[in-house]
Design a protein around this ligand. Structure first.
Ligand SMILES: NC(=O)c1ccc[n+]([C@@H]2O[C@H](COP(=O)([O-])OP(=O)(O)OC[C@H]3O[C@@H](n4cnc5c(N)ncnc54)[C@H](O)[C@@H]3O)[C@@H](O)[C@H]2O)c1
Length: 374
């Protein structure tokens, strides 16, 4: 099979994980890297054995139009990179979270890709994992009965911060968009500033009519990174996205899914051990679900496991939570009419490590950076 040609745009911490994945798959080859930081560019070029190195997207696209472009710049530069790649004829583009601060910027990326026929994927998200996708298919097929309820129990800024993981999981597992948001926020100073950090509780009303309460104020001394290293450190009875039918419960928490089906003779839920299909790609890293789904979409036109639309919905929901809280918990209908609404991501996401005071060292970039979620 002809290998798909891949370019990485922005080869910092996360970009290097994309580079690792695409240079390890047997059916893709990493042919170019565009990276603003010249020292890092040289280091990752050596590390991945890539000679086509560019300091900006315009000069890369003059020489090379790859089949796939993974746009992993900080959020501030995602729009220009996505639009330039799409206009140049790149077949499949992925970006990462959050894709924009302003809704109209997210809209523009999606519209340009649509007009050019570009497949626009959403990046490194837990919902793209094979077993999450398979569980969603089972729910849709009715394997666990009709879904009648749901609840989100997450940490301080999980919904309004990055946000994307939880919102994408809710929309996928419920197989429904969010129609309306009512939210209460705290503390006041956070509710009324421009940033995405806020504690809030509230209710989503899904398009399918189900009301999903959300609790975004768990102050848990054990943060996610620690949990990932040692899963026993988190109180799993409290955290997660639960959805249920009359006799089943599905609990999502990042890459973990617990399923219960039926009851024992004391009326307690019985754990259900799912048999997921063996997946050819599980030996590769965390973002393999999303990258494989983009590769398939480019080759066969199949549906993406996570799309640009999914990333936009997450921003829109986060903005809706903030607006509802600011306006005194009034119901906010989606989609929002005012597309100039925005929510500023944390600086590390917006401008990246170099400009937010946490640059990745060159020795780390040159070595085998294991990084996020591996
Ligand atoms: N989905 C996830 O789980 C996840 C995890 C981590 C980061 N992210 C997102 O990925 C993005 C990048 O994060 P990171 O941690 O890799 O940041 P980083 O600062 O480590 O790397 C970003 C790199 O992009 C380069 N760059 C900046 N502007 C550029 C441009 N216009 N063209 C080419 N290169 C450019 C920088 O020089 C830097 O090397 C952020 O938006 C972040 O929110 C998502």
């Amino acid at each position: 099979m002809k290998k798909l040609k891949v370019a990485i745009i922005g080869c910092g911490r996360l970009g290097q994980q994309y580079a690792t994945a695409y240079s390890n798959y047997p059916d893709t080859e990493l042919i170019a890297i565009t990276e603003h930081n010249s020292e890092r560019l040289k280091a990752v070029g050596n590390r991945f054995g890539t000679n086509n190195l560019y300091s900006n997207i315009e000069s890369m696209l003059k020489d090379i139009v790859p089949d796939i472009a993974a746009v992993v710049t900080p959020t501030k530069w995602m729009k220009e990179s996505v639009i330039k790649c799409s206009n140049a004829g790149v077949k499949g583009i992925s970006t990462d979270k959050p894709m924009a601060a302003k809704l109209s910027d997210a809209d523009e990326m999606i519209e340009v890709c649509k007009a050019n026929g570009t497949i626009f994927a959403g990046g490194n998200l837990a919902v793209a994992h094979n077993h999450v996708q398979e569980t969603a298919r089972w729910i849709k097929e009715g394997k666990f009965g009709q879904i009648i309820g749901g609840v989100v129990n997450c940490m301080a800024d999980d919904l309004t911060g990055g946000g994307v993981q939880w919102i994408s999981a809710l929309r996928l597992l419920m197989d429904s968009e969010i129609d309306q948001i009512i939210a209460w926020g705290k503390p006041k100073s956070y509710v009324f500033n421009s940033s995405s950090v806020m504690h809030s509780n509230g209710i989503f009303t899904m398009v399918n009519g189900i009301q999903v309460p959300f609790f975004q104020d768990n102050i848990i001394d054990v943060y996610k990174e620690k949990y990932r290293k040692d899963k026993s450190t988190l109180n799993r009875t409290k955290m997660g996205l639960d959805i249920w039918s009359n006799d089943s419960l599905i609990r999502w928490f990042w890459e973990d899914i617990d399923i219960y089906k039926g009851f024992d003779n004391l009326g307690r839920r019985k754990p259900y051990i799912p048999k997921y299909k063996d997946w050819q790609w599980k030996e590769f890293n965390y973002l393999t679900g999303s990258t494989r789904s983009l590769i398939n979409a480019v080759r066969t036109g199949s549906k993406l496991a996570i799309s640009g639309h999914d990333l936009r919905q997450a921003i829109e929901v986060a903005i809706g939570i903030k607006l509802s809280a600011q306006m005194g918990n009034v119901p906010i209908k989606l989609p929002l009419n005012d597309r100039s609404q925005s929510l500023m991501p944390a600086q590390a996401r917006w401008v990246g490590g170099d400009l937010s005071g946490n640059p990745q060292t060159i020795s780390e970039a040159s070595a085998n950076w294991k990084g996020y979620y591996q």
